[in-house]
Design a protein around this ligand. Structure first.
Ligand SMILES: Cc1ncc(COP(=O)(O)O)c(C=O)c1O
Length: 375
């Protein structure tokens, strides 16, 4: 049987990984400044993560959500402590799209309304409502296009109020820092307005923290410096350091009832063990602080580049915006320097999403390579 070919591939076969490094089957070493698309938070094969999963695997790997799983309760407590959102509640699933799908569904249950407001250049995943709220018609099938979604420019509170005032919107979904869209940021004043307006017009504000959450920006969640309290917060990627897990944090004003949401695999024992290990390492190794320090170093090195360049993003969710398309440069970084980086919808933007325990010396390898490769 052949694979259904939906991914353009680099001809590299990783067989082992450690920290910020990936080894391929020929024994070549690559510096991972992409983190498997912002997934690797505490570093590849972190010993605490490996031990946590191994020990759990030897006890019980999975049982359904029809019995008690104390690991879910511990994860909820630890997440509340790490994020400072102790009064929210946790529902666990398996991926970012699924987290947003559940968030949009819950918002619709809560408000009795179906319309969703999303923003230009958004990416929320590939399931039905999540992809409908994604600003990329190429990945929206006719089935998904049945959802009632309105796209507005980011940071335009006038346009947001005008749309919300129609009264038929149940959810506003936004990324505080757009990932796939190219690292545009929601301004603090806009986040505050969006929070206020959602309350005024009985819509639920959903903060999509699938990529920016779990410490990647130097805050636990990227929206937090604004002080807002979204109705729902979705998470995935860095949450399991590569083990598939996603979830939503739900504001106390929502009432749970049996059967409202559900999943077979979500919150299984192994996934909880993975995420608990991530939280423990984030705290013990002070990785949020490291993300902030590495951003400062990154910006300092970017100033020294020969070509004018704009640094976008925050913490270790960063991008370098050049005056030219970066596809060739990205390829040369892999082929000539064995450095993985990311791309985005913005063709001039090189995306940098390394493990959060990266050090200065590793970031220097990127800048030394860029100094050689920039035309
Ligand atoms: C902001 C955001 N939301 C949702 C998703 C979808 O996550 P997943 O691929 O785990 O379904 C992504 C994936 O890139 C994302 O960046």
């Amino acid at each position: 049987m052949d694979l259904f070919q939906v991914y353009p591939l680099f001809e590299i076969t990783p067989v082992k990984a450690e920290g910020c490094w990936i080894m391929d089957k020929e024994g070549n070493q690559y510096l991972d400044l992409y983190g498997g698309h912002a997934v690797i938070s505490i570093g590849h094969s972190h010993p605490h993560f490996v031990r946590g999963l191994e020990e759990q695997l030897n006890r019980i790997a999975f049982y359904s959500n029809s019995v008690r799983n104390p690991l879910q309760e511990t994860l909820a407590q630890e997440l509340g402590r790490a994020s400072g959102l102790e009064d929210y509640r946790l529902f666990l699933c398996n991926s970012g799209a699924e987290a947003n799908e559940n968030a949009l569904k819950l918002a619709s249950f809560q408000t009795g309304k179906a319309k969703v407001i999303a923003f230009e250049n958004s990416f929320h995943g590939r399931t039905s409502a999540a992809v409908a709220a994604t600003d990329n018609p190429a990945i929206v099938a006719p089935l998904n296009a049945q959802h009632d979604v309105c796209f507005l420019p980011l940071n335009d509170s006038g346009a947001l109020e005008k749309e919300l005032a129609k009264g038929d919107t149940g959810a506003v979904i936004l990324e505080s820092i757009q990932g796939v869209g190219g690292l545009s940021m929601a301004e603090t004043s806009f986040l505050k307005q969006a929070d206020l307006l959602c309350r005024k017009y009985q819509a639920v504000l959903i903060a999509d923290e699938v990529q920016s959450g779990f410490g990647r920006t130097g805050d636990f969640f990227a929206f937090q410096p604004s002080g807002i309290r979204p109705g729902i917060i979705s998470m995935a990627k860095g949450m399991g350091n590569g083990f598939p897990i996603g979830g939503i944090l739900i504001h106390p004003e929502f009432k749970a009832r049996h059967g409202l949401l559900g999943t077979t695999f979500g919150g299984n024992h192994l996934a909880c063990a993975a995420s608990l290990a991530v939280l423990e390492v984030l705290e013990k190794e002070e990785l949020l602080e490291n993300a902030r320090e590495m951003e400062t170093h990154f910006r300092h090195r970017a100033e020294g580049l020969p070509e004018p360049v704009r640094v976008k993003g925050r913490g270790l969710m960063l991008g370098l915006e050049f005056n030219f398309e970066i596809a060739g440069l990205r390829k040369r970084l892999i082929e000539n320097h064995r450095i993985f980086t990311g791309s985005s919808k913005n063709k001039n933007l090189l995306r940098i999403l390394p493990p959060l325990n990266i050090d200065r010396g590793s970031l220097d390898l990127l800048f030394n390579a860029l100094e050689k490769e920039i035309p």
